[in-house]
Design a protein around this ligand. Structure first.
Ligand SMILES: C[S@@+](CC[C@H](N)C(=O)[O-])C[C@H]1O[C@@H](n2cnc3c(N)ncnc32)[C@H](O)[C@@H]1O
Length: 296
């Protein structure tokens, strides 16, 4: 396990993934009944962008840094919430680490980038729950520490797919699974299809959001084809392309999110969010809906 998310924290792919995650949770919040959020590859939940590893790649410059200081009136709700959470989180972290007394006060508006577990936690009501799995021993420990006094969050030092099998369906019967693997294994797309087939079978009403890199078109097309055959009632796939990243040779320049069994009206929500996001992320940033399939 070599992957460390700190090198990519706050990059364009995190912005894309986390705004979609927030939009999904906002949809779940529209109903009174409790829900469960399951994050199979949770990471550490909080990333210090001042660390050498984050500074080395500077990926956040192509992502969250582009959205700082935006005051537009037409900002989509999920992005406004996303930015608010980041602001509040930085405020809280700086208070906790007593950095407020230093001259970082004004300059250092964005230092800590929250991970998916924190975005979800910030939106949770008292009746909702979170289940987190992380397999890197150190990261799992860091994550456990972050939520150590939180009765609504269960953290597990566990393989994400084992957790997926073990915790589905959650007792709430309503909710969302985020699957965000590092794609270090060559058969990750095949594993995803296998696990999602099982997931849909076990938890018919669950919403599943899957992040994936767009590096190998043949593999991705194969994934889309297989995805359309697993029995989900509806599938939406969105792709984001980042030309700066491509030009500056900073590794991955495109990624996707598949949403299985999305909430009602979610396609329309993303059709407002993604054009806005692309415009702010910079010239030439593009999105597209690649697969829209509905059996309803
Ligand atoms: C892309 S990062 C997760 C980022 C996180 N979801 C977020 O958005 O903030 C992938 C994480 O999966 C962890 N990981 C790798 N293999 C895993 C496995 N089999 N089960 C659970 N976690 C795993 C890595 O240590 C890493 O922290």
């Amino acid at each position: 396990m070599n992957y460390r998310h700190i090198y990519h924290a706050g990059g364009f792919s995190d912005v894309f993934k986390h705004t979609i995650l927030i939009a999904l949770i906002q949809s779940l919040l529209k109903k009174e009944t409790p829900f469960c959020y399951i994050d199979t590859h949770a990471g550490i939940g909080n990333y210090d962008l001042h660390l050498e590893s984050a500074q080395k790649t500077q990926e956040f410059q192509y992502g969250i840094s582009k959205l700082q200081g935006i005051t537009d009136h037409d900002i989509p709700d999920s992005i406004a919430t996303y930015l608010n959470i980041i602001q509040t989180w930085n405020h809280r972290m700086r208070q906790d680490s007593r950095l407020y007394s230093s001259d970082l006060k004004e300059l250092d508006i964005l230092r800590y980038y929250p991970g998916s577990p924190v975005f979800a936690r910030e939106l949770l009501r008292d009746k909702d729950h979170i289940i987190l799995a992380e397999l890197h021993p150190e990261d799992a420990q860091t994550l456990k520490q972050l939520f150590k006094q939180d009765k609504q969050v269960a953290t597990h030092f566990l393989d994400g797919y084992t957790a997926f099998k073990a915790f589905l369906p959650p007792k709430e019967k309503r909710g969302l699974v985020l699957i965000d693997p590092p794609f270090e294994k060559t058969d990750e797309f095949e594993t995803l299809i296998q696990k999602l087939t099982l997931g849909i079978h076990r938890w018919r009403n669950g919403i599943y959001a899957i992040w994936y890199p767009l590096k190998n078109p043949r593999q991705v097309n194969h994934f889309y084809k297989n995805l359309s055959q697993i029995g989900a009632s509806e599938i939406l796939c969105y792709e984001l392309y980042m030309p700066q990243q491509q030009r500056s040779n900073h590794g991955m320049h495109a990624c996707g999110m598949a949403i299985l069994q999305p909430p009602w009206g979610f396609k329309e929500t993303l059709e407002r969010v993604l054009p806005w996001l692309c415009q702010k992320l910079g010239e030439g940033v593009k999105w597209r809906e690649f697969l829209h399939m509905s059996r309803k």
